[in-house]
Design a protein around this ligand. Sequence first.
Ligand code: F6R
Length: 241
Amino acid sequence: MKVLLVKNYEEMSKEAADIIGKLVKENPSCTLGLATGSSPIGTYQNLVKMNKEGKISFKDVKTYNLDEYCGIDRTHPQSYYYFMHDNLFNHVDIKEENTHVPYAAPGSDLDKEAQKYTDMLNKVTIDLQLLGIGGNGHIGFNEPGTPFDRETFVVKLTDKTRQDNKRFFNSLDEVPTHAMTMGIKNIMNAKSILMLISGANKHDAVTKLLSEEITTDFPASVLHNHPNCTVIIDEAAYTGK
Ligand code: F6R
């Protein structure tokens, strides 16, 4: 695991966008695994800027998102489908048919959709998987205790994760109880992994990650087994201050 220490969120976002931008330039038809949440927003803003300036094109780039909440429509502003369009897809020259987000809207057959996503993932190679980290060490929505060999599945979110994500909703009651997520096996199949960690609230997670103990109790620890994983950590997350 390669660790890059940076000053703050802005530097982290710039560094991450440079890494992704370089990959897109070298391999214009690459496949990216994408994340949502606060961590990658600045990275996406930098990528949009690079695209608008003509430095990179997403014309032939394919994307697969990590996860989606169950039971909310894609038109819901907190759905990850909406988030990706709002923060990236609507602002770059990517083709809609090249973007993929798990489908878990009300009325969908969740088990069938999860299997469909796994089947799709098993037909492609993700060149770079972007990740954030949950306060409890989750990656995607693989909560503590998830076996490392799981593929896309429907997960019951922990109270900690629902509390953490309450900030995006009007109340805790509105936070979905379940999500569909790539499994750890799907994530580990990526050729390279780029994890973003910013903010003092992630300090405990950083300490556990850097302790190098590999355990399903702390899902992100599996990344120590990945041959090409870079983690960008900002000062606040590293020091807790
Ligand atoms: C999001 C995802 C989650 C987040 C994690 C951190 O697609 O898979 O694992 O990366 O919950 O969220 P933020 O970045 O909001 O702190």
